[in-house]
Design a protein around this ligand. Sequence first.
Ligand code: 5GP
Length: 194
Amino acid sequence: MKALKEKIQQDGKMLSESVLKVDAFLNHQIDPQLMKEIGEEFAERFQGQGITKILSIESSGIAPAVMTGLVMDVPVIFARKRKSLTLSDDLYTANVYSYTKHESNDISVSREFINSGDTILIMDDFLANGQAALGLIDIAQQSGAAIAGIGIVIEKGFQPGRKLIQERGIQVESLANIASLKNKEVSFFEEVDS
Ligand code: 5GP
């Protein structure tokens, strides 16, 4: 997606050869116009798949997920990282290891909001090692819902996330796929449809 790649070039900061900071438009300050275009792009890429709900994770997955939910006219659920006060019987939970934070966290979603009748689009801001996405897949599978695919705003294609998801037979769509962050420069993998 051209507008997103330009924004990354313009405002992204390379914290290291593997971490990109996008606080200027996605992770702290949010660019609503860009989020709207992102929502439209995901809705187009996943159209006709009978999606009934979007499942994302707090906090940075929420903005792109809500804009996509608005265009697709479906509800958006976000997995919580904090322990909920409700009984765990009422929750689907999965354990997610973060390579960036070197810690693992339980994520949870209330059973009230996803069930076996749903077809879920899973969304997140970044795809790196795939652990957050695998946790969301785990939760969707616990509910018995079908998974239409995974929508990622920024993929770091030099990390193994995509492979781990595709091995499970699940479609991955990312709007910007980074090939390298070396030498304080961002370069993208070519996309046929960008
Ligand atoms: P994964 O589970 O795929 O390793 O990492 C995905 C999660 O880690 C995303 O939800 C995102 O919050 C965070 N993350 C991973 N890599 C980056 C990065 O380079 N920049 C930012 N801002 N977040 C990242």
